[in-house]
Structure formats: structure tokens, C-alpha cells
Design a binder for this molecule. Structure first.
Ligand code: TYD
Length: 145
């Protein structure tokens, strides 16, 4: 599957570094929610779901984490280990997160508020929503929000 990364501009000087995230400038959606994940043990797998409508941008602001991303074609592993790299997570993409470094702080921006009904947590259900009769509807709904 195609991976969309966003290179975030660093503003550095003798005092250190700064990166700004701005809606519709370097973040390609309306920012309605920000959450961050930290203190996850290295042997823990998180995620294991897809979203029907949600678009997200993930940034490892500290440390590193590996994503497995799967849009139903060829799954791809992506390592996030640079605070100036954003990873776009579109809707209808199965994601798993693992290999968290001890110091990892993963910040995620999202274009909708938290909604448990938007989650697909069973991989077989994910595949059937992608490939079944719902496929056209799922893609259209995904893109139009
Ligand atoms: P969960 O979705 O299981 O995290 P992950 O997919 O990274 O493994 O979320 C963990 C808990 O946090 C769960 O009880 C739901 C809650 N939560 C919120 O309240 N708001 C949020 O924005 C998110 C992402 C999770």
C-alpha cells in the first residue's frame, strides 16, 4: 500500500528545535482531536483496528514505534523515529503498533472526536467491509468526510 509521510518543517536555533502543526497547512484535515500514547512496553501491540471514517496524522515526538499498515493489498511496516516526520493514517486502513521504545511518546491528530462506533476491531470484518458489497460505499464515505 502507498505510505503518505509529511516532512514537518523544523525551526531550529541555538535554543533548540520547534515544529508547528497547523490545520490545512501541514496537516491536511480539520484538527478536532489530539491524543498521545506513552509508557507502552516494548512487547505490547496496540491498535489492531481500522477506522471507517477517521483520518489521522501520527508523529513520534520522542522515541520510536513501528506501524503495520494494511489497506487490504500489501501490508507495509513503517518505523516512526523522527519528530519531524508525520505519518498519515487514512480511513479503512488496518493498523497495528508495536516495538515501542521505552521513551516513546506518539502524538496523534485526528479529524473527528473519539467515536467507538467508527472502529472495526475484527480483521475479517475489515476485509469484508473492504471487499464485500460495502466496498464502494466504504470508500466514498471514507473520502467524503
Ligand atoms: P485504544 O483505542 O484501545 O488504543 P490503541 O488503539 O492505541 O490500542 O484506546 C485506549 C483507551 O482510551 C480506550 O478505553 C478508549 C480510550 N480513548 C479515548 O477515550 N479517547 C481517544 O481519543 C482514544 C484514541 C482512546
Amino acid at each position: 500500500m502507498e505510505i503518505e509521510r509529511i516532512q514537518l518543517q523544523k525551526h531550529g536555533d541555538s535554543r533548540g528545535m520547534l515544529i508547528a502543526l497547523e490545520q490545512d497547512r501541514n496537516v491536511p484535515f480539520e484538527i478536532r482531536r489530539v491524543y498521545y500514547i506513552f509508557a507502552t512496553e516494548s512487547d505490547v501491540h496496540r491498535g489492531k483496528h481500522a477506522h471507517r471514517h477517521l483520518n489521522q496524522l501520527a508523529v513520534a515526538v520522542r522515541g520510536s514505534v513501528t506501524f503495520l499498515l494494511d489497506d487490504g493489498t500489501k501490508p507495509v511496516e513503517v518505523v516512526l523515529d523522527d519528530p519531524s516526520q508525520g505519518l498519515l493514517l487514512g480511513c479503512m486502513v488496518w493498523r497495528e503498533l508495536y516495538d515501542f521504545s521505552d521513551d516513546c511518546v506518539l502524538m496523534v491528530l485526528a479529524d473527528h472526536l473519539y467515536d467507538p462506533a467508527d472502529y472495526i476491531t475484527d480483521y475479517a470484518d475489515f476485509l469484508s467491509e473492504l471487499s464485500g458489497s460495502l466496498y464502494g460505499e466504504a470508500v466514498v464515505a471514507c473520502q467524503s468526510r
